[in-house]
Write a protein of this length. Structure first.
Lengths: 333, 275
């Protein structure tokens, strides 16, 4: 599948300095996407830095050993952030540029420049803060673009604090039926493309209330109701950390306290919203809209139409439209 | 007299009577009644497994409809041992006394560990064995160490509640146990915890470890944990890892500031790899 004619993917992500690849589930084709980008960049002579928040280029899937994984082939001169032992095991000539001090279960992460092309296993830092640091380091060392590969369904490294843009991988593995795959993908994309919060000019009227971490994480209905009672003017709830479904359920349950009030929940960025059961559209219909303070540029969605036990999925025109439609575009797009 | 020769470590195969004969022994049970057909079934299975010259050296009825086999067969495959390393985060396990001394010297305050079986998992046996005083196999859990202050939240704890408690308690380490692995439920549940900790800006402030029958270093890396513990883990293994990792972090970044006022730290301000 690598390097389809037309090299569209590389065009879509041209000029991005730190690109995050996020899968909506395991085996949605993140590594295949990465391999395609790498092949296109190699052909165009673009120098890359590569890291992975999980593990890439291993031969067998860590959860399902029946699945052979795509290898990660890098061209000479590529920068890689990976566990030192994995770099050695690749047998490729390389120059060790930095010892990062980041420890992972597979060893300490080093940054190397490859002295020859070849396949290598990539396992860089997992924590978002460390990913940012090694990405910056590889840019400083001369990479034109840093590719941050995801793991399973983890999104933290796609925070705008870490990456400049995003490619999402989805696929047949998400559900049994095509409709469900599309619905689950659309819901995840809705979260990624949550609109930017537009603050009203006058915020002294008590309409914006910051909600404490404990209250949000626990989502106790009685406490959520009490919050609304103590802030009858509140129309915007500002949440610093993770927004889970428990808190939203609490808001839904507090019917009397809401009394028809439209509420807007504002989180720092899309990686802070944890919506697995219902998407933003559903909550909007229930009078609760979601917004973010900072957002990330979604550049492309790749689709893996295969899963081990199901025939190839075909995306109809309607399905494609559903993935695109119904959302406000980011200002400046 | 046979000639002595050394094993070729780039092409290693099983050894029984002589080097590289490839002979291996396997034992298993088939859900079929004892008899000649059962024996043939075992032979066929061994052939399908790629074993050459398979032979059933022992078989017996286990109970009605079940037969137990011991077989020999020759493995034709080899592995390149020279290409394998003991990669992974080498932890030299310390004894309880060594852990106590190390913690006193390098950390110098109680180490707060919060544990739970998360999500829908009702099995608390793993987390109990690691944390509770009773421990298991004569190794008592972290609760029995002076170095640790432990909080076992039990089973079926939602990830968000575990994170809220951990932050409130100023946890140095979170220990999660996932016993149920049907449909890979544990995977989504384990990644969600990591993601919530990240979303709260706490990832660099807390050591994340997971344990369960199907957890490995490789899986832990994929999931975003600092370490993964599987079968055969004793409390002092977990304790060794936590004290060493915490000491290394304190050495790198200094003692973290414990903020408990509910304000999350922005990810961009988390100290980086070399910070």
């Amino acid at each position: 599948m690598a390097s389809a004619p037309g090299a569209r993917l590389a065009e879509l992500i041209a000029g991005v300095r730190r690109l995050a690849l996020v899968g909506l589930a395991k085996n949605t084709g993140k590594t295949e996407t990465l391999a395609t980008i790498l092949a296109e960049h190699a052909a165009a002579g673009i120098s890359v830095g590569v890291t992975s928040i999980g593990r890439d280029g291993e031969e067998r899937d860590v959860i399902d050993a029946r699945i052979a994984k795509p290898r990660v082939y890098l061209s000479e001169g590529s920068l890689v952030a990976s566990a030192g032992e994995l770099v050695s095991a690749s047998g490729l000539a390389h120059e060790r540029l930095e010892q990062t001090g980041v420890r992972t279960p597979l060893g300490e992460v080093v940054i190397v420049r490859l002295g020859e092309p070849g396949a290598i296993e990539v396992a860089g830092p997992s924590a978002a803060g460390d990913v940012l640091a090694v990405s910056e380091a590889m840019l400083a060392l001369g990479a034109e673009q840093v590719l941050i590969d995801g793991a399973i369904d983890r999104r933290a490294a796609s925070s705008p604090a870490v990456a400049d843009a995003l490619v999402v991988a989805t696929g047949a593995v998400l559900a049994r039926e095509l409709d469900e795959v599309v619905a689950a993908t659309a819901q995840a994309i809705d979260v990624i493309r949550l609109p930017l919060f537009e603050p009203a000019r006058d915020r002294s009227d008590g309409s914006v209330v910051a909600v404490g971490r404990e209250l949000v994480l626990r989502g106790e209905p009685a406490q959520v109701a009490a919050l609304l009672r103590t802030h009858p003017q509140a129309s915007t709830l500002r949440i610093e950390g993770a927004l889970g479904e428990g808190f939203l359920e609490g808001l839904l349950a507090a019917r009397r306290e809401r009394a028809g009030r439209e509420l807007e929940i504002v989180v720092a960025d899309p990686t802070r919203a944890f919506l697995s059961r219902r998407g933003p559209r559903w909550y909007a219909k229930a009078g609760i809209s979601l917004a973010v303070l900072d957002t990330i540029d979604l550049k492309a969605i790749t689709v893996n139409p295969r899963r081990a036990d199901v025939a190839r999925l075909r995306f109809s025109r309607a399905a494609r439209a559903d993935l695109r439609g119904g959302r406000r575009r980011r200002a400046g797009d | 007299m046979s000639e002595w020769r050394e094993a070729d470590l780039s092409r290693v195969k099983p050894y029984a009577d002589r080097l590289d004969d490839g002979v291996m022994q396997l034992s298993f049970t088939l859900p079929v009644p004892y008899g000649k057909a059962a024996r043939r079934a075992a032979m066929q299975l061994a052939s399908k497994m790629g074993l050459e010259h398979p032979e059933v050296v022992h078989f017996q009825a286990l109970t009605d409809g079940y037969t137990y086999f011991v077989m020999f067969g020759e493995c034709v495959h080899t592995v390149d041992f020279t290409a394998l390393s003991e990669d992974g985060f080498e932890v030299e396990y310390m004894t309880e006394a060594q852990i106590e001394a190390y913690a006193r010297e390098r950390v110098g305050r109680p180490i707060v560990v919060v544990g739970a079986a998360t999500g829908t998992d009702t099995h608390s046996v793993g987390i109990d064995a690691m944390l509770n005083l009773k421990g298991f196999h004569g190794h008592h859990g972290l609760e029995g160490y002076k170095a640790f202050r432990t909080y076992n939240l039990g089973s079926q704890v939602p990830n968000s509640v575990l994170v809220a408690r951990a932050i409130d308690l100023g946890a140095d380490a979170i220990l999660v146990s996932q016993t149920v692995t049907q449909q890979n439920l544990h995977i989504a549940n384990l990644t969600e915890l990591v993601e919530i900790v990240e979303a709260e800006g706490q990832r660099k402030n807390v050591i994340l470890t997971c344990g369960g029958p199907r957890v490995s270093d490789e899986l832990a890396k994929e999931l975003g944990y600092d370490a993964g513990f599987s079968k055969g883990t004793y409390p002092h293994h977990v304790a060794s890892f936590i004290v060493r990792e915490l000491a290394a972090r304190i050495e790198q970044n200094g003692e973290r500031s414990r903020e408990r006022d509910g304000r999350a730290e922005d990810v961009s301000r988390v100290p980086g790899a070399n910070g």
